[in-house]
Design a protein around this ligand. Structure first.
Ligand code: AMP
Length: 585
């Protein structure tokens, strides 16, 4: 009920806004013109009065004729005053004419009539409707850096994404930048019909909580089937969004905090689960403080001891593939895959290793920083939070008021003893500055930095960050996951878990003989044969015709796999045609 009332108030206000602005424009122009008529009439009357004073008499029309020729500075000079009073009056009429007719009226005309008219013409140019026949598309309700990444990912996988923009100015700006955009009022059901919401594959409500609730409610009135993912800034909006009809809710700030806290090294060597596909579990584990540091994968005998597969190792924020001779570095984070039991046996083997209590400094006490602190607290990790706004400190004894860009503040927070610093201010420039500063001050310090704009990822790595978590790409990955929940599982940037049939070219080959890693960059994590499902299949397992596989790899590796082994099917699906169309227009 509350949602319905809120929705109608918002939509009424938006509709009225446009209409009332046009009315105000006409009113201003009307007032100026009436003022001009009154002024001309008063001057024409005064003309007669002063002429009578000079002993002359003219027709009424002459009064208006004289006033207009003087006001417009045309000044034929056929009728002139002879007295000083008359000349002073002529000067007044001339000056007010210049001001009114040559300055005020043209300005008002341009401001209140011409510019709005131009804008309206521009608005008519902004696309308002999806091409007929569009289906299986993804609708996004706000443009931000995350959307650029998501659009690219969608494009890569053969989906088409469209951004809905309520203001035509922004829509035109995006349109000029070749962003697929449609302009329309999100609280108007007609907009969603033009966006072909009923035929879409996914709707992503990524605006404010209020705007999301309003539009989710509107769309649900048209279609029940469409999956809707909505972002959520505060828990208070959870109920409203669920009632409005959102299928999935995500809290970006909480997700970022969990990702930051999970990556803190030197505190916990257990494997932390990051995703599951059926009975296949993927986890991350820190090498630091375990006997694995400095050993090669082959020497570690991880496979024989725990049954687990090391899929790769996160090194300075990038997932590097591993070979038997790859030596594990102390600051690496392993990406592991296996069954739940295999993951548990890894944690049993390495999770209990003596943990050096190490301090974590969190810079930035916004929602992300505070949630990170709470999660570290839950894990019993010592932390200090630096925040420059007193009201955000929340009176916590471990929070320190100060500007982290100042050396003294960092020292006071204990940077010299810390093992990890998490930089999580909202400003990428500040994060870059702080990354350089912390790296300069301590060479052997784990620096984890959050960034909002994806273009900062490389810069932050070069500045010395061990791990950069991009808000935009984390969100894009998460949202992408909702498109095919039973199919592909995107665990993190560059980690993509997907099922496949055994390609015809592999039938009868052993897992080792496929050379899947060398050929495509993907790894086989599970194989289903007549004997059942084998997680982490051994190299001598023979792949049967019609068998099923689960593979892991980057999106590019997955595309390479599909293009190498399923070319025929792909062209049948039309995916290749779509790709060629994209490349050659
Ligand atoms: P949010 O974007 O909500 O995660 O908030 C980021 C927080 O970082 C804000 O509370 C800022 O006051 C804080 N912040 C930004 N720059 C600094 C700085 N140089 N030192 C300490 N705190 C900062």
């Amino acid at each position: 009920m509350r949602v319905r009332a809120m929705k109608s108030i918002i939509s009424i206000l938006t509709t009225l806004q446009g209409a009332s602005r046009a009315r105000i424009n006409y009113r201003v122009l009307g007032r100026l013109l009436s003022g001009l008529c009154v002024m001309i009439t008063v001057y024409a009357l005064a003309f007669h009065g002063i002429m009578m004073h000079e002993g002359r008499d003219f027709s009424w029309l002459t009064g208006f004729y004289w006033t207009l020729t003087v006001m417009t500075t045309l000044g034929f000079g056929d009728i002139t005053f002879h007295s000083d009073l008359g000349r002073a009056f002529s000067m007044l009429v001339m000056i007010s004419g210049v001001f009114y007719l040559l300055v005020l009226l043209p300005f008002a005309f341009i401001e209140f009539f011409y510019v709005p008219w131009l804008r309206a013409r521009e608005a008519a140019r902004a696309p308002r409707e999806l091409p007929p026949g569009t289906r299986g598309h993804v609708i996004l309700t706000r443009h931000d850096p995350m959307v650029d990444i998501l659009l690219e990912m969608l494009d890569d996988q053969g989906y088409r994404g469209w951004v809905l923009c309520p203001t035509y100015n922004e829509a035109m700006e995006l349109y000029e930048r070749n962003v697929p955009v449609i302009t329309g009022d999100p609280s108007d059901p007609a907009t969603w019909e033009r966006m072909r919401a009923a035929e879409a594959a996914l709707l992503v409500a990524n605006g404010t909580d209020m705007a999301n609730t309003n539009l989710v409610f509107t769309v649900r009135g048209l279609t029940e089937a469409l999956p809707i993912v909505s972002t959520l800034a505060t828990d208070a909006a959870r109920d409203a969004l669920e009632l409005a009809g959102a299928s999935h809710l995500i809290r970006p700030e909480e997700m970022m905090a969990a990702a930051l806290a999970r990556r803190v090294l030197g505190t916990d060597a257990s494997a932390h689960v990051i995703g599951e596909l059926g009975d296949l579990v993927v986890a991350e584990a820190c090498v630091a403080n375990t006997p694995l540091a400095g050993k090669s994968i082959a020497a570690s005998q991880l496979r024989s001891k725990t049954g687990i597969t090391v899929v790769g190792a996160w090194d300075c924020g990038t997932l590097a593939p591993v070979r038997p001779d790859t030596v594990l570095k102390a600051h690496s984070v392993l990406l592991l895959a296996g069954s739940r039991e295999q993951i548990d046996s890894y944690s049993e083997a390495f999770g209990h290793h003596p943990i050096r209590q190490s301090k974590v400094i969190i810079i930035g006490g916004g929602n992300v920083g505070q949630s990170t602190a709470r999660l570290l607290e839950e894990r019993g990790i010592d932390w200090t939070l630096i925040e420059r706004q007193r009201r955000r400190l929340g009176g916590h004894p471990r929070a320190l008021l100060g500007d982290a860009t100042e050396f003294d503040t960092l020292v006071k927070a204990g940077l010299q003893e810390a093992a990890t610093v998490i930089i999580t201010t909202h400003d990428d420039e500040t994060n870059l500055f702080l990354t350089i500063l912390c790296r300069r001050l301590r060479r052997r310090l784990q620096v984890i930095t959050r960034c909002t704009d994806h273009s900062y990822v490389d810069k932050l790595h070069r500045a010395g960050a061990d791990l950069v978590l991009s808000y935009a790409s984390m969100m894009a990955n998460t949202i992408f996951n909702f498109l095919s929940p039973d199919d592909t599982l995107l665990l993190a940037e560059g980690v993509n878990l997907f099922p496949s049939e055994v390609p015809a070219a592999w039938e009868g080959l052993t897992v080792g003989a496929t050379q899947v890693r060398e050929q495509t960059g993907c790894s086989i994590l599970a194989a289903e044969t007549a004997a059942g499902r084998t997680i982490n299949p051994p190299p001598d397992l023979v792949l049967p015709a019609g068998g099923k596989l689960v593979l892991i790899g980057s999106l590019k590796a997955k595309t390479r796999f599909v293009e190498t082994y399923f070319k025929d099917r792909q062209s049948r699906d039309g995916a290749v045609v779509r790709r060629l169309k994209r490349i050659f227009g």
